[in-house]
Design a protein around this ligand. Structure first.
Ligand code: ADP
Length: 484
């Protein structure tokens, strides 16, 4: 095993403490998988309102570190509290930066001073290492919220004996949120540097800064790492990403294979494995009953579980559902669970009303029903417009529902056409429908091939242990780079 590394891990979201998307899953699970590889990982996040009320004052078992911190902002120490605890089920330390005027608010994000809030959090996290008497080998910063730490380390930090020589890995989860703010924040952080082309005069862009200043950069799938370098996929930062393209990597997110296991999942009526998949049939019947559909064993039951968002390809889905529900590929059933944009909710409610008894739409968020869908459906659709990694298809494969996906981002890396699922490339209803027809045909006329695909998907390894090994490799490369 390589030498254990000391990793300062900065994520604005960490399950179970705070989550709005995939970032939270990574923040809460990757550190534990890295710890299992022997590394000394310490996580730092802001003490949002839920931390203050549910975990600190409540039953969460966090303790305040005496003395707290003085965070250097504009040359003056601004006080902050530090709470500490462990990531649940592990011995990974987690620290919370407590500054009530900045973080004790109803939402995690969406405020005018977000750029300042996360600049403060980032700088505080670096200062915290001094309080702990712990010098990290590397900073691992996630998304724009932690990018100020990357920038500080690469500029002011190199003139500070306490931090000189510490490199950074910057992970991009969502290029759509870039963290723009006034240039004055550079003065707050004590950083002297030049503007980037991606920054309009007087403004800074923390996502661009993270990309520019990090020792190495990665995103959450190899294919998305390539797509980011192109105009359509780069969200305005493709030029900068191409400038750094030799340092841009892709590492797939993982699934918690203990939590997501059809052999033990308590939310499923019947358990099964890839060797003994028969339990799926009982789950299919339970799902049909829940959705008000006839309990037919040999009719393919297709499904989606998704945010109803522009990203997710719903505008090419309507026509495909119309064809599928009108039996153009033979009898079929369809269930969707999702909430979000009103126009998609209306479209799905209309279709479900029209095709009552064949299709059901649950326009809500329901984690237990999601599991029943993964464990009871035959086909799982993900026609995304773009998808940095995607978790839905990983869960579907783990639970034996064969995915039909658009070959974009992480979907293209994880679903192999005619081996573990069905893929299409062009973003159109015609291409999507073509893939659906192929899937339904195999389901109906070649059950042994169908079952082989199901098994192959269930046997794939998308565990965090695999991802953690990828990050370990990236850390080693970053350290080599810093040593010259
Ligand atoms: P994204 O993070 O872009 O929403 P992912 O595929 O990476 O997409 O992850 C989505 C996760 O959220 C999946 O685990 C999916 O099951 C879950 N999910 C999405 N919508 C719902 C819903 N309405 N009810 C329950 N779970 C949902």
């Amino acid at each position: 095993m390589p030498d254990p590394l000391k990793i300062l891990f900065l994520s604005a979201e960490v399950v179970p403490f705070a989550k709005t998307g995939g970032l939270g899953d990574v923040g809460g699970t990757l550190p534990i998988a890295l710890r299992a590889l022997g590394h000394d990982v310490r996580v730092v996040m802001p003490a949002y309102r839920a931390i203050e009320t549910d975990y600190y004052a409540g039953r969460g078992g966090l303790v305040a570190r005496p003395g707290g911190l003085l965070v250097p902002m504009r040359g003056v120490g601004r006080p902050a509290g530090v709470y500490e605890g462990r990531l649940p089920g592990s011995d990974v330390p987690i620290y919370f930066i407590a500054e009530r005027s900045l973080f004790d608010r109803p939402e995690l994000y969406g405020y005018n001073d977000d750029a300042y809030r996360f600049a403060f959090y980032s700088r505080a996290a670096l200062e915290l290492t001094q309080l702990l008497g712990w010098r990290p080998d590397l900073l691992h910063a996630h998304d724009w919220h932690a990018a100020p730490a990357v920038t500080w380390l690469a500029t002011a930090g190199q003139a500070d004996d306490r931090f000189r020589g510490i490199g950074s890995v910057f992970t991009i989860h969502n290029l759509a949120h870039q963290g723009r703010g006034p240039w004055e924040l550079m003065n707050d952080l004590g950083i002297i540097t030049h503007g980037l082309l991606e920054e309009t005069f007087g403004q800074l862009n923390f996502m661009a800064r993270g990309i520019y200043h990090a020792t190495l950069i990665n995103t959450v799938s190899p294919n998305y790492a390539r797509e980011m370098l192109t105009g359509p996929g780069g969200a305005g930062l493709d030029g900068l990403l191409r400038y750094r393209q030799n340092d841009v990597h892709g590492i797939l997110n993982g699934l918690d294979y203990e939590l997501w296991d059809p052999a033990t999942d308590r939310r499923l009526p019947a358990h099964y494995t890839s060797a003994e998949p028969d339990g799926r049939q009982a789950n299919k019947r339970a799902l049909q009953a829940r959705a008000g559909l006839p309990q037919l064993d040999d009719v393919p039951l297709a499904a989606m579980v998704t945010r109803l968002d522009w990203q997710k390809g719903l505008d090419i889905t309507g026509h495909v559902l119309h064809l599928l529900m009108n039996d153009y590929a033979g009898p079929a059933q369809f269930v969707i669970l999702g909430s979000g944009a009103a126009e998609y909710e209306a479209m799905l409610a209309n279709l479900a009303g029209y095709h009552r008894g064949k299709m059901a739409a649950f326009l809500t968020y329901d984690a237990a029903l999601a599991q029943l869908i993964y464990g009871g459906s035959d086909l799982f659709f993900m026609p995304s417009r773009f998808e940095p990694c995607g978790l839905g298809q990983l869960m579907a494969m783990r639970y034996g529902s064969v995915p039909v996906v658009r070959a974009t981002g992480g979907l293209a890396d994880t679903v192999h056409d005619a081996l573990t699922g069905f893929t299409f490339l062009e973003y159109s209803s015609a291409a999507f429908w073509d893939a659906v027809q192929r899937a339904v045909y195999i389901y109906k006329v070649d059950r042994p091939s169908w079952q082989a695909m199901q098994r192959a998907g269930m046997q794939e390894d998308f565990s965090w242990a695999r991802s953690a090994r990828g990050y370990q490799q990236l850390y080693e490369w970053a350290l080599m780079r810093m040593k010259g």
